[in-house]
Design a binder for this molecule. Structure first.
Ligand SMILES: *Cc1c(COP(=O)(O)O)cnc(C)c1O
Length: 382
């Protein structure tokens, strides 16, 4: 069996976790802080706040940007449901933007058209959440120009994309956004078991992210309403959550981050091999724009004959190739249907969904495994 994704755990990861287990702190200790500062270095961010998942980080990011009842948040039609759910957690509304057919990322022209319509209807979004699909950055400069013109904030959902680059910056530099969120779920680029991180260039946003992460409680006298009554004193100044990452998770994430560059290099090497192996088959390989380095969380092909997708998929699975599909348009999920979303909202995303297959890709994948995937795919398409 060749899985579609798999974590890479080495002895050094195991040692790092065991060391924490023998230490004084299992949570709220020094390793979370070390992991946060390591990530700021790697992605050239100014501030980083660790969370117990990217979902939690997205929720806190929306709250930090002031999303509440009556506000609208837009995200990409093609993403994991968490990219949209975060707006609903805050009592906001969500809407979806169509994608580019070759990168599967939010289309800047679709966004631009939708914004023009929303402006005349007086319903502009407060926040837009572009998703760096499969590990490749969206056109952040293009989205940034629209943010300046229409006055919305930007959260990059970079759950697929830690280690990727856009122009001269690592994803997470936040040159064109307010906050960037990463996921460390085991299928993603590096893992902490469960875990996520929000990074930002803004000290004020970092302060709010930290508050929402930990019960809305502060021990910083500068943020308190009253004078501290003693060394024990803390104040709750917002309604926060327990979204904290544990020391155990942080130790794994920190250890994994030592190999981030190797992971990205191997994923890109495998993606290039797929490009060559599949070049003559009736499918379209993913396109990476020349000003980007994809983290290649996923290698997504599009079949030229969508009607064959189910059959090809079954044939791959029957022969030990555990392909996957990422994703159906979020608004086609039953929960979103019940909110009133209908087919036809994002036609490019709908066509994408019917033709897409994610092929196995993970750093420990051997070339022979990959040759086997290509062979099975060729047979299935013959
Ligand atoms: C995985 C993922 C998330 C959620 O990440 P968790 O860490 O599992 O909460 C959010 N958005 C996208 C695009 C993802 O792929």
């Amino acid at each position: 069996m060749i899985p579609y994704a798999r974590q890479s755990i080495e002895q050094e990861d195991i040692d790092a976790v065991c060391e924490v287990l023998r230490s004084d702190f299992l949570t709220q200790g020094p390793v979370v802080t070390q992991f946060e500062s390591r990530l700021t270095e790697l992605v050239e961010a100014t501030h980083a706040v660790a969370f117990n998942s990217a979902t939690s980080a997205l929720h806190a990011a929306c709250l930090s940007l002031g999303v509440g009842p009556g506000d609208s948040v837009w995200t990409s039609a093609i993403s994991f449901v968490a990219s949209a759910n975060c707006a609903l957690y805050c009592g906001g509304e969500v809407d979806f933007v169509d994608i580019e057919p070759d990168t599967f990322n939010m289309s800047v022209s679709a966004l631009s058209d939708k914004l023009a319509l929303a402006e005349s209807a007086g319903r502009l979004p407060k926040v837009v959440i572009p998703v760096h699909m499969a590990g490749q950055s969206c056109d952040m400069a293009g989205i940034g120009v629209l943010a300046d013109r229409y006055g919305f904030k930007i959260i990059e959902d970079a759950s697929h994309a830690v280690g990727g680059r856009y122009r001269n910056d690592p994803i997470g530099r936040c040159r064109h956004s307010d906050i960037t969120v990463f996921s460390f779920h085991p299928v993603k680029i590096i893992t902490s078991g469960e875990g996520g991180m929000a990074v930002t260039g803004s000290e004020e946003l970092a302060r709010r992210l930290r508050l929402y992460c930990s019960q809305g409680v502060t021990r910083d006298p500068g943020q308190m309403r009253r004078a501290p009554e003693g060394p024990w004193y803390y104040e709750q100044i917002a309604l926060g959550f327990n979204y904290r990452m544990t020391e155990i998770q942080a130790a794994l994430g920190l250890s994994q981050s030592n190999r981030l560059e190797d992971f990205i290099a191997r994923r890109n090497e495998l993606a290039n091999r797929y490009d060559h192996l599949l070049a003559d088959l009736p499918l379209d390989s993913p396109v990476v724009r020349c000003d980007r380095l994809s983290a290649f969380h996923l290698y997504i092909i599009r079949l030229r004959k969508p009607a064959e997708r189910a059959r090809v998929f079954e044939a791959l699975r029957a022969n030990g190739v555990l392909a996957n599909v990422h994703y159906a348009p979020i608004y086609t999920q039953p929960y979103y249907r019940d909110l009133g979303f209908e087919d036809g909202l994002c036609p490019v995303a709908e066509a994408y969904y019917h033709s897409a297959i994610s092929l196995p890709l993970y750093p420990a994948m051997r070339n022979e495994d990959q040759d086997q995937v290509a062979k099975q795919l060729e047979r299935a398409l013959a």
